[in-house]
Ligand binder design. Structure first.
Ligand SMILES: C[S@@+](CC[C@H](N)C(=O)[O-])C[C@H]1O[C@@H](n2cnc3c(N)ncnc32)[C@H](O)[C@@H]1O
Length: 192
């Protein structure tokens, strides 16, 4: 079901969906690896899709103590994500609105941001807009994780995005390649 929905939405909006299949469990594990679930009080997800990362996060947090919400811009994806992970608020809005939503929860910063956004298909002004908001809304020392498909790493937009991460974060580490993901991908683990 999720897989078919992905292909359908990708055909309709390739430049915002950016993927033909939901991420694998193994990629989800890599994405959440640096998050300290005992200490993080505010966690935000960008581009929830059908909820592949959302489910793994919600299963690890203490819902009484941790604020966790997500953004999914695409209407169909948003509906599916909310069906798959009904415990989580997933807003049909852009990740570029991060601070507006943090304010709604009466907090200034997120301790961790997990991004499923397809950065390599974004034009530069959208990369800049969302990265700016991310830096502004992330706690000092906070963690930002995002993945990149191997085939996108050598695209000019993929190279540009990696340079931007290195410019804006004090630490950027790269995970081993998750070959079993479709398509294979790696994760950037960044710290503000
Ligand atoms: C590559 S898919 C990843 C979905 C899911 N996280 C996964 O890994 O299976 C990217 C998702 O980001 C969403 N998206 C694109 N631009 C967005 C934006 N500015 N704000 C929020 N979501 C966005 C798309 O609609 C799409 O569902």
């Amino acid at each position: 079901m999720s897989r078919w929905q992905f292909v359908k939405q990708f055909c309709r909006e390739p430049r915002t969906i950016g993927a033909i299949a939901p991420s694998s469990r193994k990629l989800a594990d890599r994405m959440i690896q640096p998050i300290n679930f005992n200490r993080a009080r505010v966690i935000v997800e960008y581009g929830s899709g059908t909820g592949a990362f959302t489910r793994q996060i919600v299963d690890r947090i203490n819902q009484q103590k941790t604020i966790f919400f997500g953004f999914e811009l695409n209407e169909q994806m948003n509906r599916i994500a909310r069906e798959n992970v009904p415990e989580v608020d997933i807003f049909q809005d852009s990740a570029a609105e991060l601070r507006k939503y943090l304010k709604k929860y009466d907090v200034k910063h997120a301790d961790a941001i997990i991004s499923g956004l397809p950065w390599a298909v974004f034009p530069e002004h959208i990369q800049d807009e969302i990265l700016y908001e991310t830096i502004a809304g992330l706690q000092k020392g906070g963690v930002f994780t995002t993945f990149a498909y191997l085939h996108g790493l050598l695209l000019p937009s993929g190279i540009r995005f990696r340079r931007k991460l290195q410019k804006h974060f004090s630490e950027v580490k790269t995970s081993p390649v998750v070959w079993s993901n479709v398509p294979p991908a790696l994760v950037y683990w960044c710290r503000k």
